[in-house]
Design a protein around this ligand. Structure first.
Ligand SMILES: [Zn+2]
Length: 90
């Protein structure tokens, strides 16, 4: 069942969609609706706004690969007998 886009979201609608927004499952226009509601609704802003900000922050951190030890690649390559050598580095 598809609701008309013009129907304003209720707080329950917004909270219901929140996880989908965070998971990137909603189309951009629905995300915009949720964000518009969050911007105008104090209750949802306190709950949803902080959750979205927190999760976005965490996801951004997780998107950055953890630092690799400088000699990790060398150690891995030294254990691979048939690793192709480019010979480009001096
Ligand atoms: Zn609300």
């Amino acid at each position: 069942m598809i609701e008309p886009a013009s129907k304003p979201l209720s707080c329950l609608d917004v909270l219901d969609r929140l996880s989908d927004v965070l998971d990137g499952l909603l189309p951009a226009d629905e995300v915009a609706q949720v964000r518009a509601h969050l911007a105008a609704c104090d209750a949802c802003t306190r709950f949803g706004g902080s959750v979205i900000g927190l999760v976005a922050d965490v996801r951004q951190r997780l998107a950055v690969p953890p630092p690799v030890e400088p000699d990790f690649v060398a150690r891995v390559l030294s254990r691979v007998p048939s690793a192709p050598r480019t010979g480009d580095d001096a």
